[in-house]
Structure formats: structure tokens, C-alpha cells
Design a protein around this ligand. Structure first.
Ligand SMILES: [Zn+2]
Length: 293
């Protein structure tokens, strides 16, 4: 996440003064959380498919397609799905799910660079980390370096093109100051009812800042850089940064959390990033923002 903000009771941040002096109009209205992108729900075959697959269909009829992540097969005959199979089928499903979602040893190229919207790596699935080694520590360190260099306060692995469940943040946004936090495989298990509006920026959206409403605190569990599991209650600015980065790990981008009115104000800037992507890569933009107003 980029520096921000207008009305935080927390410590002032990088760029805070420039944001405060900005004459940009701000729209304050409440917004329901937006639904996640449909792709998240379709990435793992459902139980029915696995039941079908193990019920004796030839393998050609239930091959996993890596491009669509869909299981292609014929409708099963119910009589072929026998009760004794169900328990092992469920555990097979679990294994399939975990195998599919877990990253092996980390591989990445240096130097790390921040990828910009609409790079498809911001929408790719982020795998859970299972190998906690020196390479992972080095990666987290490198991410902090990129974050400080780009004046950020938080950064998620997909933003440097590595699709794993890791985020780093430091609310001070400055090397040698504040606390450096690394969260691996994080999950939110409780949101506060109280919500607040806050001006967010994102390193993958240079020059764009706008208001996003989110819960003021969250209870999470995660693993540290050594793989140790822990729970923590994040509040205030830490909760804000965490939720922004957590969204990245779910392939959700901050403009999807904006109200239609707020989104409207940044659509030209988003379209400009889409054009720049096309010019830079020679490829069509993998997504195009649509007005919700
Ligand atoms: Zn971001």
C-alpha cells in the first residue's frame, strides 16, 4: 500500500502532508464490500467432480485443465458413487486442494520490480507457503527494500510478480524506523463492525489515491518468517495496511472496494494505466475497468 491519508488518528505518514494539502474532492459515503471476482470460486474442482473422477471414469474424461482449472467430464451415474468411497474422496479432495494451493521452494528473479495494474500477476492465485528457508527470508528482505525505495508502507508478494501468500509492512514506511512486519499465509477470522473511511494509494497504481471503507480492526492468524503460527489483533493503521495487502493475496484490488461515486473519479487514471500496459507490453489489457455508477 502506498502512503495516505486524511483523517487517521494514527501517526502521520510519508506523503501525508501532500495529501492533506491536496485540493482533490473527496466523496464520503458508505459502501458494502464488493463481491470478490468470480475466478476465486472456480479455481478448485468441487466435490462432485472428484466423486465423478474416482467413480471409474476413464482419465481422459476428467483431466484437469490447467488453463481453465475446470474439471471436464461426463455426468456420472449415481449408482457408481458408492458410500465407502466418500470419506477417502473427501480426503483426496483435501489433498488435491492443498497440493494445488501450496507453493514449492520460492523462485524469483532479482532485482524485484513492482508490477503495475493491469498486469495479470495481480489477478493470479497466490499459493500458500510451505517452505520456510533462507531464501524466503531473503525474499522478504528484498521486498522491504522495494517498499522503502518506492515510499510504500506495505507490499504483497504478487505486487513483485511472485504469486505466494506473503506480505510485508512497516507503518513508518522508512528503513530503520518503526516495526517491520512479515505475515505469511494470513487469514482473517474476525472483522470489527465499526468501519472507517480512509484514503488509500497502491504501489501498483502510481498516482492514484481514493477513499476506501474498511473495518477498523481485524483478528488474524498467520505464520512468521520461520513458519511459527500466531494470532494477532490488528487495529488502526496496521489493520488498514493489512487489509489492503490481504486483498492483494486474494487477487482483489483496492478500486473494487470503492463506492461507485469514488470509483468514477479514478476511472480515467485506471484507463490510462491500461493504455500504458498495452504500449509497454504490446498486449491487449487483460482487464478493463467498468463504471458502477
Ligand atoms: Zn496495493
Amino acid at each position: 500500500m502506498h502512503a495516505m491519508l486524511t483523517s487517521s488518528p494514527f501517526k502521520p505518514l510519508l506523503y501525508c502532508s501532500s495529501l492533506l494539502s491536496s485540493s482533490k474532492a473527496r466523496v464520503f459515503s458508505s459502501s458494502p464490500l464488493l463481491p470478490l471476482m468470480p475466478a476465486y470460486y472456480s479455481s478448485v474442482p468441487d466435490v462432485r467432480h472428484v466423486v465423478e473422477a474416482v467413480a471409474g471414469k476413464p482419465s481422459s474424461q476428467y483431466s484437469l485443465s490447467s488453463s481453465t482449472d475446470r474439471v471436464i467430464l461426463q455426468k456420472p451415474s449415481k449408482s457408481r458413487v458408492v458410500a465407502y468411497g466418500r470419506r477417502s474422496l473427501l480426503s483426496e479432495l483435501q489433498e488435491l486442494r492443498e497440493e494445488k494451493d501450496v507453493a514449492g521452494p520460492l523462485e524469483y528473479e532479482t532485482p524485484l520490480n513492482v508490477v503495475l495494474y493491469p498486469d495479470p500477476r495481480l489477478r493470479a492465485k497466490n499459493k500458500r507457503i510451505s517452505v520456510f528457508d533462507e531464501n524466503l527470508e531473503k525474499f522478504a528482505k528484498d521486498m522491504f527494500e522495494v517498499m522503502y525505495k518506492t515510499d510504500g508502507v506495505g507490499l504483497s508478494a504478487p505486487q513483485v510478480g511472485v504469486n505466494v501468500q506473503l506480505m510485508v509492512f512497516n507503518p513508518e514506511g522508512e528503513k530503520g524506523k518503526g516495526e517491520e512486519i512479515v505475515l505469511i499465509n494470513p487469514r482473517i477470522f474476525k472483522y470489527s463492525n465499526k468501519r472507517s473511511l480512509f484514503t488509500e494509494g497502491c504501489l501498483s497504481f502510481p498516482g492514484i489515491e481514493a477513499d476506501v471503507e474498511r473495518p477498523v480492526s481485524v483478528k488474524i492468524d498467520a505464520q512468521d518468517i520461520k513458519g511459527k503460527k500466531f494470532n494477532i489483533h490488528l487495529k488502526g493503521f496496521q489493520a488498514r495496511i493489512f487489509q489492503h495487502e490481504y486483498d492483494h493475496l486474494q487477487s482483489t484490488l483496492f478500486f473494487e472496494r470503492m463506492t461507485p461515486d469514488v470509483l468514477e473519479t479514478i476511472i480515467p487514471a485506471l484507463e490510462q494505466l491500461e493504455r500504458e500496459y498495452q504500449q509497454r507490453t504490446g498486449l491487449p489489457s487483460p482487464e478493463k475497468v467498468k463504471s458502477k455508477a
